[in-house]
Ligand binder design. Structure first.
Ligand code: MLT
Length: 408
């Protein structure tokens, strides 16, 4: 009989969001009259920016002509999109990133998992706790961890706590690590990293020949102009960091699918006998073999994000969700909840009241307020007792959800 990948059996439970859906579906079937408000998974709800729709419609028309038809595109993305990204997202902020260091893809979730293909199996890995579960689960699946202990933490991973005591700042690890996952603005806590905070990590990585995998999927939600949007705003980062970015949250592309990964040509890893190898070449090889690129139509849509109207429309989208976040923060703080995040991120991180654990509070809200959130413990042991509310919903639903939560 065919053998399975035994590492999958180490995974604790279902992936967090399908598990939430399972519970919510069971509740809905038992209570068909209930009107649920979903502030769980961070999935956008507002329509695509018009500039993106128009660009995609035009691209569809073009594809229907002999002269405008496109077959396979470059696996790395079309040069015009890579140029627009490099210029607007990096060079405009003073980062030395060139178009050929951008790899366009269909999502940061896939990229942040697939990157393990080009990295050795013996790297010592650090993740924050709480953490976006994909980083941990993809390491488990690829056999880079031991089993989970009683508390749910996997052997072989170093966990860096993010909590209110340390101001949700990722402190440097006490034990040496080679690979570090950082996500700022942070999913799930909504915390943000200052330049000084990131500089500490860049220095650590350079001094220890480590690699930072920096997930900046939520950078567009940063409100303070002094905060960094990219790890490449930090001196020395070109030698030690890879960054993941996405159009999902910023431009409403969760269903359209477009993202990108930045790998500077100056970032290297090492072979077992100490020879330096650049990661750009390995990732380029990986993508050329395993990926056929994002569709021409979608890349045209993503390119339109950088047009004048696209920029205005995406700013409006972001600001809409940030107003939701601000309503959630304000209403829940006034009601006595301990509230974090939500100022530079579309996630508000709250302490579950009355000593409830995360899943107890999840069930309590689901049953009594018909509001769906995400249990903090689903993001790691240190998330226990916390709860994440997403700002991605209509204004009406956010206001109604707040009324219901405050009432119970
Ligand atoms: C979340 O809710 O954490 C996000 O939707 C996850 C993702 O972007 O994959």
């Amino acid at each position: 009989m065919v053998q399975i990948n035994r590492n999958y059996l180490k995974l604790k439970a279902g992936y967090l969001f399908p598990e939430i859906s399972r519970r919510v579906n069971a509740f809905s079937q038992a209570n068909p009259q209930s009107s649920l408000i979903r502030l769980g998974i961070g999935d956008v709800t507002e329509p695509l920016p018009q500039a993106c729709c128009k660009a995609m419609k035009d691209a569809v028309e073009e594809m229907g002509t002999s002269s405008g038809f496109h077959g396979y595109g470059p696996e790395q993305g079309y040069p015009w999109l890579r140029e627009a990204i490099a210029k607007n997202d990096f060079q405009a902020r003073g980062c030395q990133i060139s178009a050929d260091e951008i790899f366009v893809s269909d999502g940061s979730k896939c990229d942040s998992s697939n990157i393990l293909d080009i990295l050795g199996e013996d790297n010592r890995i650090a993740v924050t706790d709480p953490v976006y579960p994909v980083y941990v689960d993809s390491n488990v699946m690829s056999g880079r961890t031991g089993d989970a202990d009683q508390s749910g933490q996997y052997g072989g991973l170093s966990y860096i706590p993010l909590n209110s005591e340390n101001g949700f700042e990722a402190e440097l690890p006490l034990e040496p690590v080679d690979l570090i996952y950082l996500c700022f603005p942070n999913n799930p806590t909504g915390a943000v990293a200052s330049k000084e905070h990131l500089a500490k990590w860049v220095n650590y990585a350079n001094q220890n020949n480590a690699l930072i995998l920096f997930d900046a999927a939520y950078e567009a939600f940063i409100q303070d102009p002094l905060l960094p949007h990219s790890i490449f705003e930090i001196d020395g980062s070109r030698n030690c960091a890879i960054e993941f970015r996405s159009f999902s949250k910023k431009a409403g592309f969760t269903g359209t699918r477009c993202a990108y990964t930045v790998i500077p040509k100056s970032v290297h890893g090492s072979t077992a006998n100490g020879n330096k190898v650049d990661l750009w070449t390995l990732w380029n090889r990986r993508q050329s073999t395993k990926f056929n690129g994002v569709s021409y139509i979608v890349q045209r849509g993503a390119e339109a994000v950088y047009s004048l109207s696209g920029q205005l429309q995406t700013e409006k989208l972001v600001s809409f969700y940030m107003q939701n976040a601000s309503i959630i923060r304000k209403e829940l703080s006034s009601a006595g909840y301990k509230v974090f995040g939500g100022e530079h991120a579309p996630y508000v991180w709250i302490e579950a009241p009355k000593g409830q654990n995360s899943w107890q509070f999840f069930d309590y809200l689901l049953q009594n307020a018909n509001v769906v959130g995400t249990p903090g413990s689903g993001f790691g042991t240190a998330g226990e007792g916390y709860f994440r509310l997403s700002a991605f919903n209509s204004r009406e639903n956010v206001e109604e959800a707040m009324k219901r939560i405050i009432r119970i």
